[in-house]
Design a protein around this ligand. Structure first.
Ligand code: GLC
Length: 616
């Protein structure tokens, strides 16, 4: 296939997955070209050969959201300079000098640009509340590609010269930003984000000559302005994704595609615009993610098998195997995808596999991940080495696995889903995001969901403490820390991922408590956050058991801390809006679940069942 034909296929949105394989090797970037001589835009091949402009013209209508809109961008800039109305960064970011908002500095309550211009201050925007300040900061974090907003950078911390990859748009970090924009009626940035990250899905991604599955979405991407080969006056903007091949620890972001599906559904539900999810390329994108997640492997469980660090906790913390966070997001993404997939003959097998997986997963998680006082006592009294189909202790769990801290910590009321590696290899730590998303997605039963919230209330001083919400509890200490984290100096006990407190989790707590009609829990947590979050300059995380210190290496002006707070406030003000994120429990799943609970395992082995069966 010639390069120009390939471009046609890519942009037509009608490509079949196998084309990606061919195309991926030919293209490493699709970019927007900007020349000071003659303003023109086009697509570039890896070697810098410009694909004929006519192809772009022919595809203009289809490309609508992916092409560069130079004149529009000019207008945006003009608009800011004239009215300074809070669309400020739109304008600045269109200028290459202000790419990614990197040149906006926050000092003494004011946002400054490089040339000393006060870009945004509390007063300029009439900020008289924490919320106003948060909105100014969120807008200042917007990232533009060819003049159009496509995401928000992870952090805009002027005090830190070593940005690492915090100047990138992280998929998971953008979710609260995207939801905040949606709830504000600002749909464009979310639409652009969805479509541009979709383009990145088909990128060539290799590490040491090995490529992961095609459906993988990047952890993050960056808009780079680079000189155009052969034209010294011209620059081009390039979307540069990181699939983990550059990320610290080289971890594959399994959660990215799952979040992408969740955001896509939220976009449709909030904006009413279902045309995005109906697009052929978007449908293909959903299917590619599902195929990757539903692919057969060696695994005996319906849960998704992943490596350590494949989610929000993106470095070694001993959560390889079947960690709860990924399972909850996976379950949610399956339900969201089922709602959006066009009913067509070709998808019938995929939908069947998806339905089987949902049933098996809900049974598996509700049964084997759940822990409360009663269950703990059951495990404590387990007999071991049982050999029979009716074994109570199916996974031969030794009661000595129960960690001493849990015996003291478990309240009489409440319970939670443990961070399991797999049923027989229990990780009893409490992981907030997985538990909250299990409520939101209805992966947990209604009773379990209430019990999780009861648990958070009972353990308020540990989990909410001085700043909501602890990422996990308790911290790994001593020898455990040394072996499991590999002596990671960033993940020392009660810091960062290892028992640190992350303000961004406030929005997920809010959605979960609104879903269970207990918004007071979120309201109380928001009050705790409001005591310090703005004066502390919106840190990424807090350290110590009681969340007393701003984290040792925490970034300030961390965008998802800002956006998480905004989403929490917006949802408390309009609880119905939480429905764009919530999955209500599916009646068919409940039936299938109760059947699975009562089924005799022996009979089940003999019965002819669906092709795909899992151990549940
Ligand atoms: C840290 C977090 C990760 C986040 C990234 C950017 O690595 O663990 O979840 O996406 O920072 O904020």
């Amino acid at each position: 296939m010639g390069a120009s034909e390939a471009a046609l296929q890519i942009f037509s949105g009608a490509f079949a997955p196998q084309f990606h394989t061919n195309l991926r090797s030919k293209f490493s970037s699709v970019c927007c070209v900007k020349s000071s001589k003659d303003r023109h835009y086009g697509c570039m091949q890896q070697n810098g050969v410009r694909i004929l402009k006519s192809y772009i013209q022919r595809q203009r209508i289809r490309l609508e959201s992916l092409r560069c809109k130079c004149s529009q961008a000019e207008n945006i800039r003009g608009a800011f300079l004239e009215d300074g109305s809070g669309r400020l960064v739109n304008g600045l970011a269109n200028d290459s000098k202000f790419q990614l908002g990197q040149h906006l500095k926050y000092e003494k309550g004011n946002l400054f640009s490089d040339d000393g211009l006060t870009a945004a201050t509390s007063n300029v925007f009439g900020a008289n509340s924490i919320e106003d300040e948060a909105w100014s900061l969120l807008r200042a974090s917007m990232v533009y590609y060819c003049g159009n907003p496509v995401g928000t950078i992870a952090a805009n911390d002027p005090s830190d010269s070593n940005t690492l990859n915090y100047d990138q748009v992280f998929i998971r970090d953008f979710i609260p930003s995207g939801i905040a924009f949606l709830l504000k009626g600002d749909y464009e940035i979310v639409r652009n984000f969805i479509l541009h990250t979709l383009q990145l899905q088909s990128w060539e991604k290799t590490m040491d000559c090995h490529s992961p599955g095609q459906g993988l979405m990047p952890a993050s991407f960056k808009v780079r302005t680079v000189p155009l080969d052969g034209d010294e006056d011209a620059t081009e903007e390039v979307l540069d994704p990181d699939f983990g091949e550059a990320a610290i620890g080289r971890v594959a972001p399994v959660d990215s595609g799952l979040w992408w599906i969740i955001l896509l559904r939220a976009y449709g539900k909030c904006s009413g615009d279902t045309s995005v999810q109906e697009r052929i390329d978007v449908q293909t994108g959903i299917k590619m993610i599902l195929k990757l997640c539903l692919a057969d492997g060696f695994d005996m469980f319906p849960t998704l098998l992943v490596t350590d660090g494949s989610c929000m906790i993106d470095r070694r913390m001993g959560i390889h195997g079947h960690p709860l966070e990924i399972q909850a997001l996976f379950y949610s993404a399956l339900l969201c995808a089922r709602e959006m997939l066009a009913p067509e003959e070709a998808s019938a097998d995929l939908i069947r596999a998806l339905n089987n997986r949902l049933v098996a997963m809900s049974f598996h998680i509700r049964e084997y991940y759940w822990i409360d006082m009663k269950k703990l006592n059951e495990i404590y009294r387990y007999k071991t080495e049982e050999y029979s189909f009716d074994a109570v202790n199916k996974f031969n769990i030794y009661p000595d696995q129960i960690p001493p801290w849990l015996v003291e910590w478990m309240p009489n009321r409440g319970g939670y889903l443990i961070g399991n590696l797999q049923p027989a290899h229990m990780d009893f730590r409490f992981f907030s995001l997985g538990n909250l998303w299990a409520i939101i997605s209805s992966l947990a039963t209604t009773d379990q969901s209430h019990a999780i919230l009861d648990f958070i209330e009972a353990k308020w001083s540990d989990l909410v403490a001085g700043m909501p919400l602890k990422i996990c509890y308790p911290a790994l200490e001593g020898e455990e820390w040394r072996i499991i984290t590999g002596s990671d100096p960033k993940n020392t006990p009660w810091s960062y991922h290892n028992g640190g407190s992350w303000p961004t989790l406030l929005w997920q707590l809010t959605v979960a408590s609104i879903k269970m009609k207990r918004p007071d829990i979120a309201e109380n947590a928001i009050k705790v956050a409001e005591r310090r979050i703005a004066t502390d300059k919106w840190p990424e995380y807090y350290d110590t058991k009681g969340a007393r210190f701003v984290g040792k290496q925490a970034r300030l002006f961390q965008t998802w801390s800002i956006a998480g707070y905004l989403v929490a406030k917006l949802l408390i003000a309009n609880p119905n809006a939480a429905n764009i994120l919530v999955n209500v429990e599916d009646a068919e799943l409940v039936n299938a679940f109760s059947f699975a609970l009562t089924a005799n395992p022996r009979r089940k082995r003999l019965r002819k069942g669906p092709k795909q069966t899992f151990i549940i």
